[in-house]
Design a protein around this ligand. Structure first.
Ligand code: KG4
Ligand code: ZN
Length: 335
């Protein structure tokens, strides 16, 4: 079956055509250049740009898939969580399309779709497995019990790993989205140059906390600037990357042991991080676990992953009517 999938939860408008977990076309209109001017995503601008891009992108995705709208069997759309105005553009456009061609509408949870990027990259991967979901807004350790059944083991109590990368990178003078630049610059630095806090959440071994680390780094930079002291951007970037990746790797490996998983996957924008991919690969090899990493091109927001997850939601009968509404927050367990 062919699914036309739509993603507009943040600052990328994306449309794809998928056949099961196979991608026939995947188009993305990024707004990064415009949001860069403001150092982060401006929700109002994101919504406007989605409105402008979505129809043309849909035509382009259909053209590249050599498919007409009538040949589409279902419309999948990211309905939650995300920026509400941005989500509404995709959801309302999807509702209109589904109504006009008389085909089912499949709402998709954004984090579920990030996990599904692995189904595209690895045709052999099937649940159950443990997944570390690390994006700009979320950091979750999730048991993927089945394609549409999830249990959160741990989550961040404050900032997501991506937020920690983006905000510390911004304080070091890097442009939005800082995580990508920090990852590159860190390659030239010494990861042991700065002693950074290694936060723990008392009594909750599977939860994360990154705001203390973020604030510590930003304060370090401000202190240096106020005193007119120089600091090394590559060394600080390398230290931040090292610390965040060690925390993520440590907890994921410990959770795999505790909950009996030997298959682990990474998902979300931060899973593109070169150090995280390297550290998880090393530790999984040492433990004899199988690690699945999404193709770097599929780590960030895209609609192909929405199509792949939409396929499994469709098979599970998770359809929506014309009363579907976007929701800014929703647990991956309920999605
Ligand atoms: O999943 P995503 O594209 O959007 C959300 O759903 O939030 O994640 C975006 C996040 C941003 O924080 C961005 O800086 C981060 O992923 N990111 C990276 C890298 N590439 C993207 N963080 C660290 N290293 C990277 N290579
Ligand atoms: Zn995302």
């Amino acid at each position: 079956m062919k699914i036309l999938a739509i993603e507009s939860s943040c600052d990328e408008t994306a449309v794809a055509v998928c056949e099961g977990r196979q991608v026939l076309s995947s188009c993305i209109a990024s707004q990064v250049e415009e949001h860069k001017l403001y150092g982060g995503v401006v929700p109002e601008i994101a919504s406007r740009r989605h409105v402008e891009a979505i129809a043309g992108l849909t035509n382009e995705a259909l053209r590249q898939a050599d498919c007409t709208l009538d040949e589409v069997d279902a419309i999948a759309v990211t309905a939650y969580p995300g920026l509400i105005g941005a989500l509404l553009v995709g959801v309302n456009f999807a509702k209109g399309l589904a109504l006009s061609i008389g085909k089912p509408l499949v709402p998709v949870h954004h984090l579920r779709s990030h996990i599904a990027a692995n189904y595209i990259t690895h045709p052999d991967l099937k649940p159950p497995f443990l997944c570390l979901v690390v994006s700009g807004g979320h950091t979750h350790l999730v048991e993927v019990k089945d394609y549409t059944e999830f249990r959160i083991i741990g989550r961040t109590r404050d900032d997501a790993a991506g937020e920690c990368f983006d905000k510390t990178a911004r304080a070091m003078g890097m442009s939005y989205p800082g995580g990508v630049h920090l990852d590159k610059i860190a390659n030239d630095g010494d990861p042991t140059a700065y002693a950074l806090p290694h936060p723990k959440v008392e009594g909750c071994p599977w939860d994360f906390s990154f705001s203390g680390l973020k604030t510590f780094v930003i304060n370090t930079i401000h202190r240096c600037e106020q005193k007119g002291e120089a600091y090394s951007v590559p060394d600080l970037a390398a230290s931040v990357r090292h610390h965040v990746c060690e925390i993520l790797t440590e907890k994921t490996m410990a959770a795999a042991k505790e909950f009996g998983y030997t298959t682990i996957a990474l998902a979300g924008g931060v899973s593109a991080n070169s150090r995280l991919r390297q550290r998880m690969s090393e530790e999984c090899e040492r433990a004899g676990y199988t690690l699945y990493l999404p193709d770097v091109k599929l780590c960030g927001d895209n609609a192909a992953m929405v199509g792949a997850q939409g396929y499994y939601e469709f098979l599970a009968g998770h359809l929506a009517g014309q009363d579907l509404n976007a929701t800014a927050t929703k647990s991956i367990e309920e999605g």
